[in-house]
Design a protein around this ligand. Structure first.
Ligand code: ATP
Ligand code: MG
Length: 361
């Protein structure tokens, strides 16, 4: 079977380090294995509009920001198709048909939608488009016959919803759609990276992010202000690792080679953690180490971004070409879907012949 990856991000801001460890880093690794027949990376502007309908300028301005972040992280347009969701109208058509296969109560039960509605204070005034975005996500995934979807943990309910739609569609209309698999980060810390404030998830909407393009001084300021263990007051006090954002970030970003480089008195992260738990290790020392780690990880990304920023028209051209390719692929799937649903009247010679015979009897 063909191996196809699809994933994407909403252009509601620049991408942050949560995106990086949750999905982006893995996409680039997978891209570079050469194992995939096709890779589609989508800037989900139509989805961003479902909760930003009154702010189209924000979405418009952030398309290029997301594209720059992609290229800076190493997504390569020669290997991966980078495209803009709204430029592939077939996705809307697929969503429209999938809507018949999902109940309102099933959408109401979706835990991600539930918590996002709460976060946005929508309460009784939920836009229908926002409420149904899990269906539109199923259209995005199935349109490209994706087999692999690398995403953070918050996307698990979306993938479940997609798989239900695939099974329902295939059982009603015959085997047509491909069943996708979610690919979660291998490391607990990366599943759902907390914000610098210690809140459950780093998210553009919560204003608790370190952005991939952040300048060094800003990174340091954010790391130094990070939430740690509030009961660890004096250096000699024993410290807790659970809920300690600085250690969660080290779990997500630290590589073995950073110890000899930045903190040679410790062998590895386990040794550092043991000392913190025992007491005698101050927060500032750990924060300084984390700052060095993050600076080392983000510097090459920031520098590449600055290179790509020199030719913005070339990036729009990449997105235009990518969107054209994506549309061609989605159109093929839509054709299969319409044939399966028996709404391909003019392509179906048998139908026309049968009807002719029926009326000539
Ligand atoms: P918004 O607040 O507009 O929803 P967001 O920061 O949640 O933005 P999305 O565009 O919704 O970002 O998510 C894009 C991808 O990044 C998804 O695969 C999601 O799982 C992943 N992701 C986002 N935030 C995190 C995080 N804090 N930890 C791990 N993965 C994340
Ligand atoms: Mg989100």
């Amino acid at each position: 079977m063909r191996k196809v990856m699809l994933t994407g991000d909403r252009p509601t801001g620049k991408l942050h380090v949560g995106h990086y460890v949750g999905s982006l880093r893995r996409r680039v690794e997978l891209q570079n294995t050469g194992d995939f027949d096709d890779i589609f990376i989508m800037i989900a502007d139509a989805q961003a509009l479902t909760d930003n309908a009154d702010n189209p300028e924000k979405v418009r301005q952030n398309i290029i920001e997301v594209a720059l972040d992609y290229l800076a992280c190493g997504l390569d347009p020669a290997k991966s198709t980078l495209f803009i969701q709204s430029q592939v109208p077939e996705l809307c058509e697929l969503s429209f048909y999938y809507m018949n296969l999902v109940t309102v109560s099933r959408l109401q039960r979706n835990p991600t939608v539930k918590s996002e509605i709460q976060m946005r204070n929508f309460e009784a005034s939920i836009p229908v488009g926002f409420f149904t975005y899990p269906i539109s996500q199923a259209a995005d995934i199935t349109a490209f016959k994706a087999t692999t979807v690398p995403v953070g943990e918050d996307q698990m309910p979306m993938l479940e919803q997609t798989r239900e739609i695939v099974h329902k569609f295939n059982s009603v209309y015959g085997e047509t759609l491909v069943d996708p698999k979610i690919l979660l980060p291998e490391n607990e810390a990366c599943m759902r990276l907390p914000g610098i404030d210690g809140k459950a998830k780093m998210s553009k909407s919560l204003n608790n992010c370190i952005y991939l393009s952040e300048e060094p001084e800003e990174i340091q300021k954010k790391v130094f202000s990070m939430f740690t263990d509030p009961t660890h007051i004096r250096i000699e006090d024993p410290g807790k690792l659970e809920g300690n954002t600085v250690f969660t970030y080290l779990d997500a970003f630290c590589r073995p080679e950073y110890f000899p480089e930045f903190l040679p008195e410790y062998k590895d992260l386990d040794e550092l953690k043991a000392h913190y738990k025992r007491g005698g290790l101050g927060d500032m020392k750990v924060k300084r180490f984390l700052n060095n780690v993050l600076q080392a990880e983000l510097e090459p990304i920031r520098n590449r971004r600055k290179e790509f920023q020199k030719d913005i028209p070339a990036i729009y051209e990449i997105l235009k070409k990518g969107s054209e390719k994506a549309e061609a692929v989605a159109a093929e799937t839509l054709k299969d879907v319409k044939a399966a649903m028996k709404i391909n009247y003019f392509d179906d010679m048998d139908l026309i012949r049968e009807q002719s015979e029926k009326f000539s009897e």
